[in-house]
Design a protein around this ligand. Structure first.
Ligand code: NIG
Ligand code: FE
Length: 429
């Protein structure tokens, strides 16, 4: 790895770092800023005319400052809840939903997750890899530098391991940080529909220990909702995961509050996600468990459901993250920027709350907050240059992609320029 030291200039450097934050400037925005970094960490951040010129005498510009000094730089966005490994599509079910059939009715008739499970079981590892790679690259093009990726469309032992291997191969192929989650409890497989408890037992005694042993997953997730796994089953699954050293997260209160948040809080899960129907007791449980609330407004939009009570959750002092929930059934979009605008308009979150939710809070949801999620000294130099005049424009002007450059670990991994800007202009002025 190169040990070169680079500089980048910005009109606004949105650090999301408490060191620079004040009540009037909650995101720690530095105007007319410069950031200095090597391949591993951020070395200096501040106003450009305060940079001590000879601090790093061999530092050079990663991108010509004339190309970025009127742009806004944010920490690389973090999408902390996605389901990118699947084959097939659900366009037919989309049309059925437009005719008034609900998501749950489609699932009860053997469609829904099971449609995708059939296609995913039949697909080869190679096919799944190619499909998922395209999806993650699309996320990257929207400014995402770290992403959580779940299995969960295989449901049998082999197909789940196949999906997790795909995620491991994606981590080898892409520079994004990919956090793998085992979601064998995404649905009850057809083979066990008559006896779900038997599947739960198998998950706890055999499948989770094997996945943990394989080191193919960092987290285990469960879909705790009516018609899927109940609270007691979810607790058993997540407890087994914890006993085998996996981090835990949960899909809770999407359709009905059946105790998922209470399980999350009790077990101190890293994150509880969806929460469209969260109750006061669920809010209290997340607060007590220091569990991040991850809201997925793209799913409420796509299923035309009421949105989660974001303001109430924030007022309770719970860290709130936002993610896409990218998946073929309930949110077929990789666009985290669109989700950010939905959060403003439909859940009345402020632009500052939204930006924290897709950076530092999403990092917390993945236990990455010590390396990612803000442009703080010592953290990874993962950042995005957006072609906007101020950070609010990113939320206000919606449905377009403002990403101009994406940098991960001092490497320009994505650019909209036909000829990538050359690094290493050496003089500082
Ligand atoms: O997060 N809620 C559970 N799972 C997905 C939907 C999966 C699907 O419909 O394929 C979700 O919304
Ligand atoms: Fe999900």
């Amino acid at each position: 790895m190169s040990d070169a030291i680079h500089l980048i200039a910005a009109k606004q450097l949105v650090t999301v770092d408490e060191t620079f934050g004040t009540p009037a400037n909650p995101l720690g925005v530095i105007e007319d800023a410069v950031m200095v970094f090597d391949a591993e960490k951020i070395l200096w951040v501040g106003e450009r005319d305060r940079y001590p010129e000879n601090l790093y005498s061999d530092a050079c510009w990663l991108i010509d400052p004339k190309l970025t000094e009127d742009k806004v730089i944010l920490p690389g966005l973090i999408d902390s809840h996605t389901h990118p490994v699947f084959a097939g599509d659900r366009a037919k079910e989309f049309e059925q939903r437009l005719q008034g059939v609900s998501y749950q009715e489609i699932a009860a008739n053997g469609g829904g997750i099971q449609t995708t499970v059939k296609a995913t079981r039949e697909a080869s590892e190679e096919e799944l890899f190619a499909l998922a790679k395209k999806r993650l690259e699309r996320m990257l093009s929207f400014g995402v530098t770290s992403v959580e990726a779940k299995s969960g469309y295989g449901l049998d032992r082999q197909s789940e391991l196949k999906s997790l291997r795909v995620i491991a191969r994606l981590q080898q192929a892409l520079q994004m940080r990919i956090v793998p989650t085992y979601m064998g409890a995404h649905d009850i497989p057809d083979e066990y529909k008559a006896n779900p408890d038997q599947y739960v037992q198998r998950l706890c005694d055999e499948l989770i220990p094997e996945v943990a042993e394989s080191a193919l997953a960092e987290f285990c997730d469960v879909f705790c909702d009516e018609g899927y796994f109940n609270a007691e089953q979810s607790r058993a699954i997540l407890q087994a995961a914890q006993n085998h050293g996996l981090g835990i997260r949960i899909h809770a209160d999407e359709f009905k509050a059946i105790g998922g948040c209470e399980v999350a809080g009790d077990l101190k899960a890293a994150s509880a996600d969806h929460l469209l129907n969260i109750t006061d007791s669920g809010i209290a449980a997340l607060k007590a468990g220091e569990t991040v609330a991850t809201l997925l407004p793209g799913t409420a939009f796509y299923l035309r459901l009421p949105y989660a009570p974001a303001k109430k959750i924030l007022e309770a002092g719970i860290p709130l993250a936002l993610a896409t929930d990218f998946n073929p059934g309930s949110c077929m979009s990789e666009n985290l920027q669109l989700v950010m605008t939905l959060a403003c308009l439909q859940m009345r979150m402020t632009p500052a709350e939204v930006i924290k939710a897709v950076t530092i809070q999403a990092a917390k949801a993945l236990k990455l907050e010590h390396q990612k999620g803000s442009l703080a000294l010592g953290k990874s130099p993962d950042f995005v240059v957006f072609d906007v005049a101020n950070y609010q424009e990113l939320l206000y002007h919606f449905g377009v992609n403002f990403v101009e450059h994406v940098v991960i670990g001092a490497t320009l991994v994505h650019t909209t320029h036909a000829r990538p800007p050359l690094p290493c202009l050496s003089s500082f002025d």
